[in-house]
Design a protein around this ligand. Structure first.
Ligand SMILES: [Zn+2]
Length: 311
């Protein structure tokens, strides 16, 4: 961890597949500076990796020049995780990072010790620190987007786990599966019927095409759910599956609050429809866990990266 600067200003960087974003927050979480730039692409992975390091370096330099401050603490959110065994990046969909000692290279590039963490953990930390879960001791943050990710924050600290995969529920099998959930899709991880193959945007779309013989896109399936019978059925199936998948997390972690993020978190009816359905799967006579939408939207990841520097 990088500690705090005399001014209390901290920088966060969110490294995504399409863009790299930087934010500067003051001690109260007020945004002092924020900008984004496209993620460099290159067919040569070594070149692309170097371009990413250079882009991060120039984003930090521009931000510090703007703020007229130097050597501010930096936290970085990235796809994937750092292996506790090797210190190298694993499980990243920005594949040029895989197998790199990204943390060490960032420390050298930025000439300081940076805090590096998985992007779903950054999302959960942002919402637990000053977002939708700020009053809650145990927050489970969920990303429902092109993939399905998750992060756990306990007492405003990221819970990393023994294998640096805590909260990564997307590649568990869909629980309480029945005929309505068949056929199972093959997942890129090598398994079948992973939660991600049902609940990510592309997974939901493909599952609906296979089962309901519809060609509607993910977005159309949700927006036309009251007008189209097949879209309505697809929505009902999505809600039931998300209820089952979240119930299995509640049965293990028992979080106070679950905060949804990612593109599918914008479907406002989920927050009413899922708690109506998850009770029958939760091993308790009452369910106190709340299900809420994120507070900071697209900015949660980069804000959580900045909060990583909080020691
Ligand atoms: Zn999988």
């Amino acid at each position: 961890m990088t500690g705090t600067s005399p001014s209390g200003v901290r920088l966060g960087i969110d490294l995504g597949g399409t863009k790299i974003e930087i934010i500067a927050l003051d001690t109260t979480g007020h945004t002092l500076y924020q900008t984004r730039t496209p993620t460099p692409k290159h067919t040569d992975t070594q070149q692309q990796y170097q371009h990413i390091l250079n882009t991060i370096q120039s984003l930090v330099g521009d931000c510090e020049n703007h703020l007229k401050q130097k050597n501010l603490p930096v936290g970085i959110g990235m796809p994937g995780a750092v292996s506790l065994k090797t210190g190298l990046v694993k499980n990243a969909n920005t594949t040029c990072l895989i197998g790199r000692n990204f943390n060490s290279d960032l420390n050298e590039t930025l000439n300081r010790k940076v805090a590096l963490e998985n992007d779903a953990n950054c999302f959960a930390l942002s919402e637990a620190t000053d977002g939708a879960g700020q009053q809650q001791p145990c927050v489970f943050g969920v990303i429902l987007g092109t993939g399905v990710g998750g992060g756990i924050v306990v007492n405003k600290k990221v819970f990393i786990g023994a294998n640096a995969i805590a909260g990564e529920w997307g590649h568990n099998p869909m629980p309480w599966i029945n005929d309505k959930d068949l056929p199972k899709q093959t997942c890129y991880c090598g398994q079948h019927g992973c939660i991600e193959t049902y609940l990510s945007g592309p997974g939901f779309e493909k599952q609906s095409h296979m089962q309901l013989n519809t060609n509607l896109t993910c977005q159309e399936l949700f927006t036309q759910r009251h007008a189209s019978a097949s879209a309505g059925l697809a929505y009902t199936l999505y809600v039931e599956r998300l209820a089952k998948a979240l119930a299995s997390v509640i049965n293990v972690l028992d979080p106070n609050i679950i905060v949804l993020g990612g593109g599918l978190s914008n479907i406002d009816t989920l927050y009413e429809d899922i708690p109506k359905r998850w009770g029958k799967y939760i091993f308790s006579d009452e369910v106190n866990t709340k299900l809420v939408k994120n507070q900071f939207g697209d900015s949660s990841g980069v804000r959580g990266a900045a909060w990583l520097t909080k020691v």
